[in-house]
Every structure is written in C-alpha cells, then in structure tokens.
Design a protein. Structure first.
Length: 71
C-alpha cells in the first residue's frame, strides 16, 4: 500500500505517505466507472513491481492461513 513506507518525524508525528500505484489509479479515476484508463504516466516497470509485491503479500497470507489451519 505504501511503497516508500509511512514517514515519521520525531516530535512531530506521522507524515503523508505516498500511496501505491493501484491506489493512485483509483484516486485519479475518481470512483467513476469507465472502460478506458488514462495511460499517461504509467510506468510498466512500476506496475510490474507493484504486481510482484501484491503477489508476495497474497503468498504470505496464504502461508499464514495454512499455518493457522494446522495449529
């Protein structure tokens, strides 16, 4: 969700975190349904990186669920 982490400043608290690419798309999209997406600014390397991260998260959750089921 937050590719750069959540910024924290001592004696000030938390800052504004940069959202992951998929959430930026959702925000840009504005919640309106459309069959087309503005392709400007899409970086395929970033998209692949985000997809890989989601894949890792899903794998970790599946592994955790298997561990919990076995307990």
């Amino acid at each position: 969700m937050f590719p750069e982490g959540i910024p924290y400043f001592r004696n000030q608290g938390f800052g504004t975190a940069k959202l992951g690419y998929i959430f930026e798309l959702i925000r840009t999209f504005g919640g309106q349904k459309s069959f087309s997406v503005d392709q400007r600014g899409i970086n395929w390397n970033q998209l692949m990186q985000e997809s890989g991260k989601w894949s890792n998260i899903i794998h970790e959750l599946e592994t955790e669920n298997q561990y919990m089921d076995a307990a």
